[in-house]
Design a protein around this ligand. Structure first.
Ligand code: G6P
Ligand code: MG
Length: 227
C-alpha cells in the first residue's frame, strides 16, 4: 500500500494547550464547587468540550444539578476563559519536530490533514501560523461521534481523497489511538501510557520523515489491534 497521507491530532501533537484547558476548566469547576486536579485532567485529553463537562460534573457528583441550558452556559464560560488564555499563543508554541516533519511531508508530496475535536482548532492553527500547511481540516462542529469513534479520521481521509489504509494518524490520547485503529489507518502514539499504538514515541521530538517511512515499511505487528 502506498503511503499518501498523515493526519494529525492538534492538542498534544502540534501544540500543547492541555495546561490551558486545565486552567480554564479548573476555574469553571471551582465556581460550581467542584475541584479537579492534574490526574483527573489527564482523562479529558482528546475528549470534546461537552463530554469533558459531563465528566467534570460526574466527578463532582453533580451530573443531575445542571440542565442543558446551564451546561451550555458553563461550557461557554470555560471557552471564554480558554480563549483569553490562548491569546498569547504564537509559533513558539509549536512542539519540537513538527515544523521539520511538515516540511518533509510537503517535499515528498504527502497530504496533511488535521483531525481535532477542538472547535478552536482553526483559530489555534492561525495563531501558530500553520493553517496553510494543512490540506484538509475536519470541521469538528459537523461530527456526529467523538473519538474513539473513527468518524473524524475517516472524514479527514475522505477530505484528503485517500483511503484509510494509505494514511498514518498521530495522536497523544488513548481515545485518539483507538479512533485511528478503528479507522483502518496506522497509528503513531505520542507519550508513554498509550495502548495499541502501531508505533509509540516518547515525544514529538522523536517524530521525523525517516521514522514514519521506517514505520510504514514495517508490516503491522501480529498482535496489532484488529481494524
Ligand atoms: C482537544 C483537547 C480536549 C478538548 C477538546 C475540545 O481534543 O485534547 O481536552 O476538550 O479538544 O476543545 P475545544 O477547544 O472545542 O473546547
Ligand atoms: Mg490530543
Amino acid at each position: 500500500m502506498i503511503f499518501r497521507a498523515v493526519i494529525f491530532d492538534l492538542d498534544g501533537v502540534i501544540t500543547d494547550t492541555a495546561h490551558l484547558h486545565y486552567q480554564a476548566w479548573k476555574e469553571t469547576a471551582a465556581a460550581i464547587g467542584i475541584t479537579i486536579d492534574p490526574t483527573f485532567n489527564a482523562r479529558l485529553k482528546g475528549i470534546s468540550r461537552m463530554a469533558s463537562l459531563a465528566l467534570i460534573l460526574r466527578h463532582g457528583g453533580k451530573e443531575r444539578a445542571f440542565d442543558e441550558a446551564e451546561r451550555a452556559r458553563l461550557a461557554a464560560r470555560k471557552n471564554a476563559r480558554y480563549g483569553e488564555l490562548l491569546a498569547s499563543l504564537d509559533s513558539r508554541a509549536i512542539l519540537p519536530g513538527i515544523p521539520a516533519l511538515l516540511d518533509a511531508l510537503a517535499q515528498h508530496g504527502i497530504a496533511v490533514g488535521l483531525a481535532s475535536v477542538s472547535l478552536n482548532a482553526p483559530f489555534i492553527l492561525d495563531a501558530l501560523g500553520l493553517r496553510a500547511r494543512f490540506d484538509y481540516c475536519v470541521d469538528a462542529s459537523l461530527l456526529r461521534h467523538s473519538k474513539p469513534d473513527p468518524e473524524i479520521f475517516l472524514t479527514a481521509c475522505a477530505g484528503l481523497g485517500v483511503a484509510p489504509e494509505q494514511a498514518i494518524g498521530i495522536e497523544d490520547a488513548q481515545a485518539g489511538i483507538d479512533a485511528i485503529n478503528a479507522s483502518g489507518m496506522r497509528s503513531v502514539g505520542i507519550g508513554d501510557d498509550l495502548q495499541g499504538a502501531g508505533l509509540l514515541l516518547p515525544d514529538t521530538g522523536a517524530l521525523s520523515w525517516r521514522c514514519l517511512q521506517d514505520f510504514w515499511s514495517t508490516p503491522p505487528r501480529a498482535d496489532a489491534p484488529v481494524n
